[in-house]
Design a protein around this ligand. Structure first.
Ligand SMILES: Cc1ncc(C[n+]2csc(CCOP(=O)(O)OP(=O)(O)O)c2C)c(N)n1
Ligand code: SF4
Length: 281
């Protein structure tokens, strides 16, 4: 394996007994992402009691049902607000927020922008399957223009968000993009994000064969996964491509790594100043 460090972490110690097989459709990427996240936890030796997984609502949001870490199933679009409160109250906890694209950047777009702007010490994993999977495949803010969804039967007239560019512009410390085809790289990106201070985002491009794939000429369960594989281009190569040749490809890998102080560090400094000034009055 040419110098590659092979890990045998399975992450099963974070899973409830007897919960498999899971509820997601055949070919869905959420289970793959869950596996990568739990392997990352194990390799970082996260303790169940010191780890909090916060989810919103949706197929992706169901993920906390499977866990024996601390887990909080919150309201649609608001998971980051709950997570912010948890991390501010107890900075020692590892707080991971798992959301779909509808949850994370459509209804939850405002929370997403401000969590990144604050540089909250959280890891957000946004599973982008380009639609609202759970409620019947409606268009979300990441449904590409012209895509067919249950609410855009003749093509989507809107433009879609680039979630990573949004996080970067809003101030996130760490941003990575991966796909559920790239299982090992996905685990590595999640692991790296979990070790960073400030707001870290991993966007996971994922198939939703049931709602999105079948409406967009990807009728086979595997077709959407293979399309994501073919469209994913490592950042260096992506940058060197002339814009006209990029087509519908997207960059993958670590896109941003700023290393600036996160919210908790800044807040501790402000508290110290306030206490010192208060004592002098
Ligand atoms: C405030 C509110 N609005 C709408 C809903 C209905 N709803 C539940 S899940 C969902 C979409 C989920 O889509 P996404 O976050 O992309 O996750 P996916 O199911 O694709 O994993 C919607 C609109 C809700 N539960 N609460
Ligand atoms: S509807 Fe889509 S997102 Fe939901 S479980 Fe099925 S394939 Fe996955």
């Amino acid at each position: 394996m040419g110098g590659l460090k092979v890990s045998h972490a399975t992450g099963t110690r974070y899973l409830k007994d007897g919960v498999l097989p899971h509820m997601w459709c055949a070919g869905c990427g959420i289970g793959t992402m869950l596996g990568a996240m739990l392997r990352a936890f194990e390799e970082l030796e996260f303790k169940n009691t010191e780890t909090v997984v916060v989810t919103g609502i949706g197929c992706t949001g169901k993920l906390d049902d499977y866990l024996v870490t601390n887990a909080l199933h919150t309201t649609h679009g608001r998971a980051l607000a709950y997570a912010t409160g948890i991390k501010a109250f107890n900075p020692r906890l590892n707080v991971v927020v798992v959301m779909g694209d509808g949850d994370g950047v459509t209804i939850g777009g405002n929370h997403f922008i401000h969590a990144a702007r604050r540089n909250m010490d959280l890891t957000a994993i946004v599973l982008n399957n380009m639609n609202y999977g759970m409620t019947g495949g409606q268009a979300s803010a990441t449904s590409p223009g012209a895509s067919i969804t249950s609410t855009t039967g003749y093509g989507n007239p809107e433009r879609d968000f680039d979630i990573c560019a949004l996080a970067q512009a809003a101030g996130a410390n760490y941003v990575a993009r991966t796909t559920t085809w790239h299982g090992w790289e996905m685990k590595e990106s999640i692991k790296e994000a979990l070790t960073k201070k400030g707001f870290s985002l991993v966007e996971v491009m994922s198939p939703c064969p049931t709602q999105f794939g079948r409406r967009n000429e990807m009728k086979e369960t595997t077709a959407m996964l293979l399309s994501l594989r073919d469209r994913a281009v490592p950042l260096d190569r992506y940058r060197s491509l002339p814009e006209a040749e990029r087509g519908d490809s997207f960059s993958v890998g670590t896109l941003v790594d700023r290393g600036e102080p996160g919210f908790n560090e800044r807040y501790a400094m402000v508290r110290k100043r306030a206490e010192a000034e208060g004592a002098n009055q």
